[in-house]
Design a protein around this ligand. Sequence first.
Ligand SMILES: *[C@@H]1O[C@H](CO)[C@@H](O)[C@H](O)[C@H]1NC(C)=O
Ligand SMILES: *[C@@H]1O[C@H](CO)[C@@H](O)[C@H](O)[C@H]1NC(C)=O
Length: 337
Amino acid sequence: MISSILTFALSVSSLPLTAHAAAAVSTLKDAALPRYFGAALGQGHLQNASDPKFAQLAAQQFSAATPENEMKWEIVEPENGKFNFTPAEVIVQFTKRNNMKLRCHNLVWDSQLAPYVTTLPTSQVKQAMLSHIEGVVSHFAGDCYAWDVVNEPFNDDGTFKNDTFFNAMGEEYITLALQQARKFDPHAKLYINDFNIESANAKSDAMLTLAQGLVSKGLLDGIGFESHFILNELPPDIAGNMERFTSLGLDLAVTELDIRYDLPTTDADTTNQAQQFEEVINACQSVKRCVGVTTWGITDLYSWVPSTFAGQGGALLWDDDYNKKADWFSTINALAN
Ligand SMILES: *[C@@H]1O[C@H](CO)[C@@H](O)[C@H](O)[C@H]1NC(C)=O
Ligand SMILES: *[C@@H]1O[C@H](CO)[C@@H](O)[C@H](O)[C@H]1NC(C)=O
């Protein structure tokens, strides 16, 4: 009780000039126009009859969705040639009913990969990748606003990860994957998505070089900055780094935003996190081709953070009880400005 009153007081008093804007619009999606504002949605949460608030908020507040896991290889093609589209279709149908854009995620990634792929002889990996893309992209063709075709291809030092795909095909796997996705859904915007590319560094330099080559072949439409940030460690040059990519003629999307910190939450965490969400929103809004922001979930209750980073949490815009946090208020204010 005390903390929620404090949160509200902080959020309003720290933003006196913009409080009016928040009163004028009550949803993130309206405030974000003409951009979209999205969330990663899990099928289990959307269909949870014991927790109707999740689906209600997803429909009310967001104009885009990314399936949190349901289109990943291990779920959508768990065995060679055996596709399971049922969990993903729950999210596809939800976005259609609610006029939301769908960011489809993802096709080629070394994580959450079906185990059979890693045990194939190297000579069969290319065919498995092309068959996977054909099966999945043709199934969802027309439903996807965008596809994250290749996910997280780089190491932090800017070298390619030597994963199953790189080991089998070298760097060429990226071109082949994009060509195949283009062939089976010519209208979806094709993205490469990665983390730690939100500032100018060895990894984003490598991504920029890769992107230049792919743009010249007409195969790439956008870059995703995942933006899984740590509180008080945001890069200072997000907007400038976005522009390095958009100046190539690419769209730029913030695809997996959250800002985590060590629990328990202090007042300083609350204040700083609100400011830092605002910084990210302002960066996107200052870049013409930054098309939208997606947060990696809705409520802290179901965030991936606590189970991945021990002792950390608090990374999203609603708390465990679906109270709007100070960062919700700062986000809607920044969006509306
Ligand atoms: C469903 O809702 C209940 C009650 O809020 C919660 O305990 C449970 O974790 C939820 N399950 C999923 C998959 O969302
Ligand atoms: C990649 O890893 C494989 C083994 O998994 C190894 O045989 C190969 O030499 C590695 N390639 C590079 C370029 O490091």
